[in-house]
Design a protein around this ligand. Structure first.
Ligand SMILES: Cc1ncc(COP(=O)(O)O)c(C=O)c1O
Length: 395
């Protein structure tokens, strides 16, 4: 067998990788020294405008101290699935704190936000269910629906009328789950939650809202947009992740006691995996305490985001319908988006280009995200650099 890399026929994986490169869709890992809004790198300060560590909590001394204490108390791991011998007091404490924070009777932790969506959706739905999801819903929801075997129907982005039209066609409203994000991860726009909730209530469908990018950021004490609109009684599942504004790792769903019990029995992403490690659980618990103590953090973040969006728009950038700390800058072409990303990186600015399949074909963009770590001067500097790069000016 010929093992010479230069002459052997290229297999299907190699051919596909070649095709991705030609379309400007190659992906590679880029290593940075640490998370947060800025970091020292090669003798200068680099600005990270692509992180989800929106509140800068990943380096907060209180979170670090809470993790350290948990490490000394519990050790490095939980040792087993929650249902075997992995259930520690700190897991119960975080679930109680999150339920209280979100205004729900109960909550259940999962290993990550991705696993939360898989666990909730695949435990509730099966092949005789229909999931009706926003066109721009996160990949974890799509994967969860595939895992469940349910039929997937997509409604037009943020369009309650289209949702109502599609719901009128389902045979079994009681076996229908509607899913949206409250803050969309790629466009940074907000869902019309009250109208969507009314559509679900009108036919008796279940409603799941993914609050990955709203938790810690929107609403009083960062409770999210479900709480802002007082929709807890209409949204059956309030999904959150600790890995974004809360600066740690892990996911959770807030829900009724009955649904929590159901998922403990049925959610394979909960049952067949080791309980989350105490060090991250302790940090998440401390992050919720910080939100309670300082209820205005989200508002301060939104003011910073407003400043960046204003400056970009004033310079002619298309920031789509962003109304949050997530600010897309539309480029369109994959190769151009990557070139701008590279040019900014050379100037010490991380503003990562997102391309299909993460976003729709023809909508490659920089996805900027603002953090409390960023100063106004840094925000202005980044706006100017992005606008110059869009105009094709060398950095
Ligand atoms: C909308 C949305 N839902 C779920 C997830 C998954 O969360 P996690 O990163 O905690 O797995 C993400 C993160 O990429 C997200 O943006």
């Amino acid at each position: 067998m010929n093992r010479d890399h230069n002459t052997h026929p290229r297999n299907s994986v190699e051919r596909e990788l070649d095709a991705l490169r030609e379309q400007g869709l190659s992906r590679s890992l880029r290593t940075i020294p640490r998370a947060g809004g800025s970091f020292a790198c090669e003798g200068r300060i680099c600005l990270n405008f692509s992180s989800n560590d929106y509140l800068g909590f990943s380096h907060h001394p209180r979170l670090i101290e809470a993790s350290r204490h948990a490490l000394e108390t519990y050790g490095t791991g939980s040792g087993a699935s929650r249902l075997v011998t992995g259930d520690l007091p700190i897991h119960q404490d975080l679930e109680a704190a999150l339920a209280r924070h979100k205004g729900y009777p109960a909550s259940l932790l999962f290993g990550s936000g991705y696993m939360t969506n898989c666990g909730v959706i695949a435990s509730l739905c099966s092949s005789d269910w229909t999931v009706v999801a926003d066109r721009q819903i996160h990949a974890s929801v799509i994967d969860a629906v595939r895992l469940s075997g349910a039929r997937l129907v997509r409604f037009h982005h943020n369009d309650p009328e289209d949702l109502a039209r599609r719901l009128r066609k389902v045979d079994r409203p009681d076996q229908t789950l509607v899913v949206t994000e409250s803050v969309f991860s790629m466009d940074g726009d907000l869902a019309p939650l009250p109208d969507l909730a009314d559509c679900c209530e009108a036919i008796g469908a279940f409603f799941l809202v993914d609050e990955a990018h709203a938790t810690g950021v929107f609403g009083p004490r960062g409770q999210g947009l479900i709480a802002t609109h007082h929709l807890q009684s209409k949204v059956h599942f309030s999904m959150s992740t600790f890995s974004k504004a809360l600066g740690t790792y892990g996911g959770a769903v807030a829900c009724s006691e009955v649904m929590r019990r159901w998922m403990i029995h049925k959610a394979r992403a909960f049952i067949y995996t080791t309980a989350p490690p105490p060090v991250t659980v302790a940090a998440s618990l401390e992050a919720l305490r910080l939100l309670d103590e300082d209820p205005d953090l989200g508002m301060i973040l939104q003011a910073k985001a407003h400043r960046l969006r204003d400056r970009l728009q004033a310079g002619g950038a298309d920031t789509l319908a962003s109304a949050s700390q997530i600010i897309p800058v539309l480029v369109g072409d994959n190769h151009q988006a990557v070139a701008i990303d590279r040019q900014l990186r050379e100037q010490g600015i991380l503003a990562v280009a997102l391309r299909p399949p993460t976003v729709a074909p023809g909508t490659a963009r920089l996805r900027l995200s603002v953090s409390l770590d960023h100063t106004n001067d840094q925000i202005d500097q980044v706006a100017e650099a992005v606008l110059a790069a869009l105009r094709g000016e060398a950095g």
